[in-house]
Design a protein around this ligand. Structure first.
Ligand SMILES: *Cc1c(COP(=O)(O)O)cnc(C)c1O
Length: 381
């Protein structure tokens, strides 16, 4: 890995996750986190967590099916189900566990999965664990997904069509409207992973189903509590039957201990904030438009992005990693990403704007990105 230039060491965050953070001994503008709404260090979430520790302790003592379901866990599931306009919700320890645990629970070896080629690793692992047959369609290609389903029409077994709501490397939005139509035409179950879309897209951040106006037409909606919600966890929303089934069959739910009270209470507070203060999401989008327009004006390419995830394309992986390291030295934290995470020649810095960044910080970020890019020959002088 060292020889290939893919070796990394972990950076140490020495402050809370804030727009201006301390990491590895210096103050840096933080464009590396998924803390879209700035909730990770929000006073209301912290207060809720502290209060839950005082009343309910540090841990729950067991998995959800033993002592690990407290009233606050059920409150969170009811709250998310209402927010997503679905009958029911189950919360998992992480978004990763939600995807892997759900796909492997609802499908078996006789079934078929039709999956976007750029879907998240946790979906891929869930598909493999299910032992269903996996059919990959070209990125965001609804017609290709339809062709695959047409070819499976006379084949027995359940069919599950899966896409990310927003793709984490390019910040592009999955074509959920088209995919839902194809799923309905061929009787497939539709599943969307809204990890990067919940709290970002749709009214009050309800996600891609709301963004596209598809309520009632997506059988399985996955989300995470670890990104815009600012804490930790994942969830699945759907019919009461689906959720009851997952309570009985999803292996991370059955065999791994539930969230501690602090995590659950902080998530509850975060959903209250999404409903009470939707202006935070407006701010996120205002900042996104401002930042991406400023980058374009300097001559940067931000690829296919339609969301706050902002890839800044630089070409080769080594360049991306060197650029990221040089930016950090100049007080800007943005992750370098190269092959094999993204295709060869499409290496990039990934900058994620949040609602909490001030215009002054975004101006400084663009100035730093530009100055270092010119010095390194990424942008013309
Ligand atoms: C981050 C992410 C996950 C995993 O969520 P965690 O809560 O961090 O485990 C799942 N799917 C997608 C698309 C993601 O981006």
């Amino acid at each position: 890995m060292r020889a290939a230039g893919s070796y990394f060491r972990l950076r140490e965050l020495e402050s809370a996750c804030e727009p201006l953070s301390r990491a590895d001994g210096r103050e840096v503008i933080n464009l590396a986190s998924n803390n879209y709404l700035g909730l990770a260090n929000h006073p209301k979430l912290k207060e809720a967590a502290l209060e839950a520790v005082r009343r309910f302790g540090a841990g729950t003592g067991a998995v959800r099916t033993i002592t690990g379901t407290m009233a606050i866990h059920m409150e969170l599931e009811r709250k998310i189900a209402a927010f997503k306009n679905t009958e029911a919700c189950v919360v998992f320890q992480s978004g990763f566990a939600a995807n892997a645990g759900t796909v492997s629970a609802i499908l078996g070896p006789e079934d078929h999965i039709i999956s976007d080629e750029l879907n998240h690793a946790s979906i891929i692992d869930g598909c493999r664990l299910s032992r269903a047959k996996i059919h990959v369609f070209r990125h965001r290609d609804v017609a290709h997904a339809g062709e695959i389903l047409a070819g499976l029409e006379s084949v027995s077994g359940r069919k599950l069509l899966i896409t990310d709501g927003v793709f984490s490397m390019d910040g592009d939005i999955g074509p959920l409207d088209g995919l839902v139509e194809v799923a309905e035409r061929y009787g497939a179950i539709m599943m969307v992973d809204d990890a990067h879309s919940s709290g970002v897209l749709g009214r009050n951040g309800r996600g891609t189903v709301d963004h596209f106006g598809l309520h009632g037409r997506v059988g399985v909606q996955v989300g995470t509590l670890s990104k815009a919600i600012g804490v930790l966890g994942g969830y699945v929303c759907g019919s009461r039957d689906l959720i009851e089934y997952l309570y009985h069959r999803a292996r991370p739910f059955l065999f791994s201990t539930s969230h501690p009270p602090a995590v659950t209470a902080a998530c509850n507070a975060a959903f209250d904030l999404l409903l009470a203060e939707p202006e935070r999401i407006e701010l996120l989008w205002d900042n996104t438009r401002y930042f991406q327009a400023a980058l374009a004006a300097q001559g940067f390419s931000t690829g296919l992005s339609q969301t706050p995830i902002t890839p800044i394309l630089v070409g080769e992986a080594r360049t991306a990693h060197e650029y990221s390291a040089a930016l950090f030295e100049e007080g800007l934290w943005a992750t370098g990403i190269g092959f094999p995470t993204v295709p060869k020649g499409r290496a990039r810095i990934r900058a994620i704007v949040t609602a909490a960044h001030t215009r002054e910080l975004l101006d400084r970020a663009v100035e730093t990105l530009t100055r270092v890019a010119k010095r390194m020959g990424i942008l013309a002088q």
